[in-house]
Design a protein around this ligand. Sequence first.
Ligand SMILES: NC(=O)c1ccc[n+]([C@@H]2O[C@H](COP(=O)([O-])OP(=O)(O)OC[C@H]3O[C@@H](n4cnc5c(N)ncnc54)[C@H](O)[C@@H]3O)[C@@H](O)[C@H]2O)c1
Length: 272
Amino acid sequence: MPDNLTKPILLTGAAGTIGRVLTPLLAARGYRLRLTDILDFPDDLPQNATFLRLDIADVDAVMSAAEGVSAILHFGGVNGEHSHEAILPANVIGTSNMYEAARRFGARMVFASSNHTVGFHPRSRAITAREEFRPDGFYAISKIYGEMLGQLYFAKHGVESVHLRIGSCLPRPVDIRQLSTWLSHPDLERLILAALNAEAPGCAIVWGISNNTRAWWSGDDAARIGYSPQDNAEDYAADIAHADEHPAAAHYQGGGICAIDYTRQRPGFEGL
Ligand SMILES: NC(=O)c1ccc[n+]([C@@H]2O[C@H](COP(=O)([O-])OP(=O)(O)OC[C@H]3O[C@@H](n4cnc5c(N)ncnc54)[C@H](O)[C@@H]3O)[C@@H](O)[C@H]2O)c1
């Protein structure tokens, strides 16, 4: 298990939505945080945190930021669907740099993967974390690349990693899809603490969702790493009426990203 409380933890994407949620929560638990982002950190820095502005595609900057850390919480990069060209530097080169840093400094990797790695599975069928990838865009492919790096670096170098297939991390669910995909902020914190402190996680895959009644996803390493979500999107179901309009968005687990640049006549291809 990494020596989390004496050595610092590197957090990429600290200025992003999840980074800004995690920073005060982890700082309050006594973790020493080395925050990084390509943008300035917009909040007050906690006492036990430092901030460094860097581009994760810059290997030298990454190596000097990661020196001596016990774990890397890799949340930085391009979030959501964009062109290959926009995604490549941060999500492919940048994630490669982070894995190389984890190897060099003996750090555990906690990687923010995504549910979009399996986005083209139909909502009508629940899946496990061991089923095939069905990426719903270039963003999803970059996350699969990150998960594959994790497998490679564990097999070849013994770098431990926990891959979080995050659903929808928000204060509360706001549409029908999120009744299945929601990850509450308290469960996000539980998930990160489990990923940081699990004994020998190997190369784990965990769905980043709460204990949602309508979840499509199971069969992961949650129990093995000690993640036990407590919240349930169903508590908000009565307030939610908004459903996806596009037929592909409504049909597939990836929702709206499946509908971007969708040129088929209608959904139904299940890759079989
Ligand atoms: N929010 C969710 O529900 C959700 C769902 C699935 C996966 N994820 C993943 O979790 C991570 C965090 O999500 P978020 O919602 O906070 O996203 P976000 O876009 O708010 O934050 C990402 C951060 O990465 C930074 N970044 C982008 N390119 C960078 C670069 N080249 N170098 C350094 N920093 C760079 C951005 O400035 C931003 O602050 C992302 O990797 C995202 O793909 C999030």
